[in-house]
Design a protein around this ligand. Structure first.
Ligand SMILES: C[S@@+](CC[C@H](N)C(=O)[O-])C[C@H]1O[C@@H](n2cnc3c(N)ncnc32)[C@H](O)[C@@H]1O
Length: 304
């Protein structure tokens, strides 16, 4: 942006402002500087990014406001905190301090879940560790006949979960039930034992010593990201919770760290009540989520 400012009162080229912003963001180490520069401009103009071309010139006030946004992004404040929204497939969720920003890496798991629900009438889906509620909302949008239950324990995150689930219902979506509390509190979900068609979760799973980008280190809640030295402190007990919620032939889908493409499936294969364990890759081709089918204990015992 510096060096591009024109004389006071003079309108200037939007394209030039965006190009300069992309350079600034690139120098600050932002991973996708061009896209982010355009997204910020689109946000400030109140248009889709694809429609930026319809605004060739911008006013000096606009340029100042844009420069401020670009400067904050250059400080590695997440793009979604600046625009106020994150996306997971068709789900658009409000985000900000205190809640994890949904990632595109999770979209493949949501698609898989929607596929697993095919042929099931009025299915029950439980989204453990829901954060913004993005997975629950994405599933509910794909399957309006489903009963979807979202579970989250963080008080700060729950402010965003409630806001998003309310917005979803107010825009005509099938209401999603929210259970605020710890997934490991036995009383929280005991009424759902053996009832779920699908249990889905994107829990905290990053090993503690893993270096992360400033956007994550400084802005995602640590308890949403990290899960002990090996990253499995939450997934390990979560598998038992998921298995007990599932009905016979129900499916679980759990996202995991890309270094756990063998560890987590192996963990599931050791469970007598789970079968058909498979690991799946995300949009970038990295190992990202595991799935398994619930089998009755008796049948599993016979296999031993
Ligand atoms: C990686 S974030 C994922 C959020 C959301 N599912 C998504 O994909 O964007 C993990 C979430 O799990 C929540 N969480 C961690 N441990 C939990 C627990 N024991 N019970 C309920 N929620 C938990 C965190 O507060 C955080 O919101």
């Amino acid at each position: 942006m510096p060096g591009r400012v024109t004389a006071p009162g003079q309108r200037q080229s939007l394209r030039a402002a965006v190009r300069a912003a992309a350079v600034t963001l690139g120098q600050a180490g932002v991973a996708s500087p061009g896209v982010d520069a355009e997204e910020l401009a689109a946000h400030l103009l109140g248009v889709e990014r694809t429609r930026l071309g319809l605004t060739p010139l911008v006013e000096p006030d606009w340029v100042s406001a844009y420069a401020e946004l670009v400067a904050r992004r250059a400080e590695r404040v997440p793009l979604q905190h600046l625009t106020g929204f994150g996306y997971l497939g068709r789900a658009r969720v409000a985000v900000g301090p205190g809640v994890f920003i949904p990632r595109p890496e999770t979209e493949s798991m949501v698609e898989w879940v929607v596929g697993a629900l095919r042929g099931r009438q009025r299915p029950l889906v439980v989204d453990l560790c829901t954060g913004t509620g993005a997975i629950a909302i994405a599933v509910a949008l794909a399957r309006p006949d489903a009963r979807v239950i979202a579970v989250e324990k963080s008080v700060e995150a729950l402010v965003w979960t409630r806001r998003n689930l309310t917005a979803h219902a107010e825009s005509g979506g099938t209401p999603i039930e929210l259970r605020g509390g710890d997934v490991f509190d036995e009383r929280l979900l005991s009424d759902l034992d053996g009832a779920a068609d699908v249990v889905v979760s994107n829990p905290p799973y990053v090993p503690a010593a893993t270096p992360v980008e400033p956007e994550v280190a400084d802005h995602d809640p640590a308890e949403a990201v990290f899960a002990g030295a090996d990253g499995l402190d939450v997934i390990r007990p979560l598998v038992s919770v998921a298995a007990s919620l599932l009905q016979r032939d129900g499916w679980l889908a759990i996202e995991h760290d890309d270094t756990h493409g063998e560890t987590v499936p192996e963990m599931l294969r050791r469970r007598r009540v789970l079968a058909d364990v498979a690991d799946h890759r995300d949009l970038t081709g990295r190992p990202r989520f595991v799935t398994a089918r619930r089998v009755p204990l008796a049948a599993a015992d016979q296999r031993r």
